[in-house]
Design a protein. Sequence first.
Length: 334
Amino acid sequence: MIIKKRTIPIRILKNGALLRRMPKNHKVRAKIEEDLARRWAGYRGEAALDFHLSKLPENEYMIFHGIRLTNGKYFFQIDTLILSAKFAIILEVKNFSGTLFFDPQFNQMIQTTLNGEERGYPHPIEQANLQAEELKKWLSKRGINLPVEFFIVISKPSTILRTPPRNSQINQKIIHSQYLISKIDKVSMSYKEKQLDIKALKKVSKIILKEHTPESLDILKFYKISMDEILTGVLCPVCIAKPMERRDGNWLCKACRLLSSNAHFKTVADLFLLNNGVPISNKQFREFLHLSSPHISRRILVSLNLPQTGTGKGRRYLPPPNYQDIADLDIQLY
């Protein structure tokens, strides 16, 4: 049973919003594009796992995607967490092509790409081990005694895996996605006794959801970009030309002549993504959307049913609960 569904990571949404609204010749644009491409590849690799996970018995397993928890000072993030009454499994997903060599001597992973280029990465088993230890601590602090296993899942079946002879840990822990279910079955057979009853398992599930903390990153500050460098206005969802104009309650694109009543939805999502979800004023909203008066701005804000705080000039509008869903649509359209 999927308890926390997979969603497009907030960093992908923020990078996408930033790229749409920065000059083509900006000095850090190439870096942002590279980062976005890498994150999209990682997300698609994780999503490719869903077919295999759908084969697990729903009444035996709880599945959480994109969990971020903390034991105090630092957070640890888990691609996919599987809970059962007998054990927990962490899945760390890697979406690499070419050949992967796992070097135990220097404790690193070396990728040889399809064009012959070599790239070095931290050893994924070390990363997953740290995640497993953090999860054990997190569970223990809440009085939960549950064994924690992990697998490194290579999402592409064509990726070649290599390691020196007798490196048995690699063979046991690093697998192609098509063998995931059989590995989980083996883990299940190795644990005979249930550690949690169904009531306790549901309680653990609720605690995980309650303590999950989504990543919060000021994307402009991270890339050292000021708001003055950002293209504002309602972008046309068809041609992404100059900002659209407000005409009789609609938005008009003067380049392709598209007329839309709701093109501003995606611009609202961009605004909250770029300002890190900070509550906005009527003035900030009006200036970002190029609206001519505070009354029009107010009317649009009211129509969006945004959560509010404060009154009068101190009124601020918070991100809508579904603004990431709007942004997801934005990613597909632009």
